[in-house]
Write a protein that binds this ligand. Structure first.
Ligand code: AMP
Length: 504
């Protein structure tokens, strides 16, 4: 019985001990080596925290195989890992660490010092494996135990830690297997940072099928042609990437012919709407490749629906997000949480099933709000996740994503709550009030602020201390007075209309 993701890793290690499991720009590790290293890390952790389980261990990540090795090490210890990107501003890291209270911090950054946690290399150098402790931990674990937490932007200014169990990932893997049947020949190229749940699909699909992961160095995403060469040279055949990353290649027309990535079999994308123009570029360059639109938020463990591209789309068409994966229930609900079943009628995309995250770490209030009981079933509890996404059924009963019902956006591939930016802005003392809108067409975050003096430079400097760069507004507009709607709130609709009229 599979109840722990490590069983997949161990099965693949048994079948393919000498096969490369992970490769990065610094080296590679075989399946046997990965298991051995992860067990050392697990033994070390459990020794230090005296056998405690289901506690958070922060992993300071890099784009390297050691980060993934540390993840598995944490799982061997019976705890859950939380990837942390230390390039974020210190204030945001402090907020996350404050919410998390990790029992240990493991630093996997290449060439980092010793200040921020225990270095992963130093664990690997010294530590022996405590087989008895690891077996006892495994026997005591159940599939509902947490596997990882990933922090996402929070509308009140505090990032939320989405806590996902082994069960949800096991479910995802079985569903992906049924839908796509990856085999041991699969070579995934990891694009998504490890603190973004798109990367969960690379890591776990690969150990499930006994494939290999090649971690693409970050700098390649600034040189599309080199990126394409890298994919070809590494025999990559499967990309599970964010739309924004695939667009780097299509926007720059970096592919001359399919022979540049001769083995490419699967291109799967998610995270935001794929522009038809970009998809058509990819399809034209790689006619023999399978393209799949994957949909879902971090809270339902990566993806709950998929659509295999089986027809041509005109630039004005919308590419459906498709139908649910096996064992996920995806409903469109109206404001009263009643199912919308008619074609073409919009509803909120709501999800139930084992794919649902356990909730937000240490935040019961937000968990209850986002994962309410489904009122359509009163006799026993059924949890749903309200995605906040709106969609409708097309003529084939495929779901088509239309928009959001709140102020969450996708910008340069990142999920951002405009509220988090506004909270940071409004904590700046010299600003009276500010609000952000998003211009999807030009991909710009526009900040309107009310202030007596021109102070853009000061705002930018202050925001730099609070928010990661991808959250910084692209445009600042000073107003003597921000318009209010009839409820006395800042009128975003009017501001957006005004912006679009002037910049449409
Ligand atoms: P994240 O939790 O970062 O994966 O972001 C989840 C959000 O990204 C969803 O709630 C949607 O708003 C958006 N999203 C994810 N996949 C798609 C897709 N295939 N098409 C359109 N929007 C998507």
């Amino acid at each position: 019985m599979i109840y722990n993701v490590l069983q997949y890793l161990e099965q693949s290690a048994e079948k393919y001990p000498d096969k490369t499991a992970l490769k990065d720009e610094y080296g590679e590790v075989t399946y046997a080596g990965l298991v051995s290293d992860a067990r050392k890390i697990g033994s070390y952790i459990t020794g230090v925290i005296k056998g405690e389980t289901n506690k958070p261990v922060a992993v300071l990540i890099d784009r390297n195989l050691l980060s993934v090795t540390a993840f598995f090490g944490v799982v061997y210890s019976g705890n859950f890992y939380v990837p942390i990107d230390m390039s974020m501003p210190a204030e945001r890291i402090d907020t996350i660490m404050g919410t998390l209270s990790p029992v240990m911090v493991i630093d996997c950054r290449q060439g980092a010092g010793n200040d921020d946690g225990i270095r992963v290399e130093s664990i690997l150098e010294k530590k022996e494996v405590d087989d008895a402790a690891l077996s006892a931990i495994r026997i005591a674990m159940i599939d509902e135990d947490p596997l990882y937490a990933i922090f996402t932007s929070g509308s009140t200014g505090v990032p939320k830690g989405v806590l996902v169990s082994h069960r949800s990932v096991i479910d995802l893997l079985c569903a992906f297997d049924e839908a796509f049947s990856f085999d041991e020949e699969t070579v995934f190229c990891n694009q998504a940072p490890f603190d973004f749940d798109v990367s969960v699909k690379d890591i776990y699909n690969s150990i499930y099928c006994g494939g290999s992961i090649v971690i693409a160095p970050k700098k390649l995403f600034m040189s599309p042609k080199l990126l394409v060469d890298f994919l070809g040279a590494n025999n990559v055949n499967t990309l599970i990437w964010a739309v924004s990353a695939l667009r780097i290649i299509s926007d720059f027309k970096a592919v001359e012919s399919a022979s540049m990535i001769p083995k490419l079999k699967n291109v799967m994308f998610s995270g935001e709407v794929m522009p038809v123009k970009s998809l058509n570029y990819w399809k034209e360059k790689f006619p023999g490749t399978r393209f799949v639109n994957l949909y879902g938020p971090t809270e339902i463990t990566c993806n709950c629906t998929y659509y295999v591209i089986d027809r041509d789309f005109a630039p004005e068409d919308k590419i459906p997000v498709g139908k649910p994966f096996k064992n996920s229930r995806v409903l469109l609900l109206n404001e009263n949480l009643k199912p919308v079943t008619e074609r073409g009628k919009e509803g909120e995309i709501c999800v139930s099933g084992r794919c649902l995250a356990l909730g937000y770490w240490n935040n019961h209030e937000k968990t209850a709000e986002s994962f309410p009981a489904y009122p359509g079933v009163s006799e026993y509890p059924v949890r749903i996740y309200r995605t906040g996404d709106l969609g409708y059924y097309d003529e084939n009963m495929d779901i088509v994503f239309t928009s959001r019902r709140d102020h969450q956006i996708k910008h340069m591939g990142h999920r951002i709550e405009l509220g988090e930016i506004e909270t940071a802005l409004n904590s700046i003392l010299f600003l009276t009030v500010s609000v952000c809108i998003y211009d999807e067409t030009h991909e710009k975050i526009v900040c309107y602020y009310q202030s007596e003096n021109e102070c853009k430079k000061e705002i930018v400097a202050e925001l730099g201390k609070k928010l990661p760069k991808y959250m910084w507004p692209n445009v600042y507009i000073k107003k003597d007075k921000l318009p209010l709607n009839k409820n006395g709130k800042i009128d975003r609709v009017m501001l957006k209309k005004e912006w679009m009229e002037n910049n449409g």
